[in-house]
Ligand binder design. Structure first.
Ligand code: URA
Length: 434
């Protein structure tokens, strides 16, 4: 088999067979196919798409390109959760300790941020000494000991996806339905859970910009779930504006911890956490009544069981919990500067992608996968869509380590926050289920 023929076939809108897809995945993972050849094929897939068989074959080839986590000792109801990406998305941190505190084992591997979207692993780096890299045995032991472990995709899990995802990011080929569906589902299959709840984000700060695209993506992921015997649910959530108020690694960790402690509960974050969680509990066999599941989740926030579960996990993974108990100890940016509104009105739009890019510019994210990040920087919104605003009110706070960035960030915020004279309806956060 020859990679040149495979590239040419897809370039000319052909259908790749199982052997061709497996050959590409295997040889690219090994390094015998070069990045530029893989980039050509990925671009051809991006432009010409893939049919259902091709997507399934790509998913399975990537899933089995490395190790498969064996979670069978935790039973048949291990539930995993994955988001298709967003801005200010701290759902995993706020949700999974609650689920674990209700007796569902959580074995979660998360990624780092790429492009304008954030990654859970970077947010954990805000906690001094928190370890995100473990061997497979240690990872399983963590779950046995505390009921929850949240680590990076450092194990040899779907290495083909790791390579292809990083490549896609450098050649503007992330937002493709076949490539996203196969990327997410390959990791979920390799991660060993038999039930999956997917948060399919929709809007300006998501890869899927409208509900139709999101439904197409969900349809593909559900088909793969069915074929691989994983019960899968897709929940569509609104990602037009950032989720919650904080965008940036330490800032989001603080927001998630305050949520777990029941101290500050942004309404949109709460709705997403409760919705995803109520389905996770249902799939885990912990109760079919979604409203009751939500009440039990809220109860474990009130009685601190969820927060204590989080502390237990952080401590078990080497993290210094004194920084969680006293959040003011976490590293702060050198400059924290408010941006004031220059007019009266109602907030009409806060483009999440633009906010994500601004946070990246300040140093919270990476433009290339080798870039290092600054955990303390980012933005904290003070207003959300539909809020009333008066001239002189704070729209957002810029957290920056570099004085030179402040004027640019202020100008961008004034531009990104669109203010209308007419009242604006509060946007719906939950957009449907498949
Ligand atoms: N998240 C993933 O894991 N893969 C993608 O392709 C997009 C979002």
């Amino acid at each position: 088999m020859n990679i040149l023929d495979i590239i040419a076939k897809k370039r000319d809108k052909g259908i790749l067979n199982k052997e061709e897809i497996e050959y590409f995945v295997k040889e690219y993972t090994k390094g015998t196919i070069t990045d530029y050849q893989a980039a050509a094929l990925i671009m051809a897939i991006y432009i010409n798409g893939m049919n259902e068989n091709e997507i399934t074959n790509l998913t399975l080839a990537m899933a089995y390109s490395g190790e498969i986590v064996d979670l069978s000792k935790f039973g048949n109801n291990v539930v995993d959760k994955h988001s298709t990406g967003g801005v200010g998305d701290k759902v995993s941190i706020a949700l999974l300790p609650i689920i674990a505190s209700l007796g569902v084992p959580v074995a979660k591997m998360s990624g780092r941020g790429l492009g304008f979207t954030g990654g859970t692993v970077d947010k954990f780096e805000a906690i001094p000494n928190y370890k995100t890299e473990f061997t497979m045995e240690e990872f399983i032991k963590n779950v046995e000991k505390t009921g929850i472990s949240m680590i990076s995709q450092s194990l040899d899990i779907a290495p083909a996806d790791k390579k292809i995802y990083a490549l896609r990011d450098t050649i503007s080929c992330v937002d493709s339905i076949p490539l996203i569906a196969s990327s997410i589902m390959s990791k979920k299959i390799a991660n060993g859970a038999n039930k999956i709840v997917l948060d399919v984000t929709v809007g300006l700060g998501a890869f899927m910009k409208n509900i139709k695209q999101a439904q197409e993506l969900a349809t593909e992921m559900l088909k793969i779930g069915k074929l691989s015997n994983r019960e899968t649910i897709c929940i569509f959530t609104n990602m037009n504006e950032p989720l919650g108020y904080a965008v940036g690694n330490t800032l989001e960790m603080i927001e998630a911890v305050k949520f777990l402690r029941g101290e500050e509960t942004p309404e949109d974050l709460k709705e997403v956490v409760l919705e995803l969680g109520s389905y996770m509990l249902k799939l885990a066999g912990k109760g079919d009544n979604l409203q009751e599941n939500k009440q039990r989740m809220l109860e474990n926030i009130r009685n601190q069981k969820a927060y204590n579960k989080f502390l237990q996990m952080v401590s078990n993974q080497g993290g210094d919990i004194s920084y969680i108990e006293d959040l003011s100890k976490l590293e702060k940016a050198k400059y924290i500067v408010p941006v004031y509104s220059i007019c009266d009105g109602y907030i009409e739009e806060i483009n999440a992608e633009d906010i994500g890019k601004l946070a990246c510019y300040l140093g919270a994210g990476r433009l290339k996968k080798e870039d290092s990040i600054q955990v303390s920087v980012g933005l904290v919104l003070n207003k959300k869509i539909s809020d009333i605003v008066k001239k002189g009110d704070v729209l957002a706070y810029v957290h920056s380590n570099d004085e030179k960035n402040l004027q640019y960030a202020t100008d961008r915020i004034l531009d990104i926050f669109k203010i209308s004279e007419a009242e604006i309806e509060k946007p719906k956060i939950l957009l449907g289920i498949m």
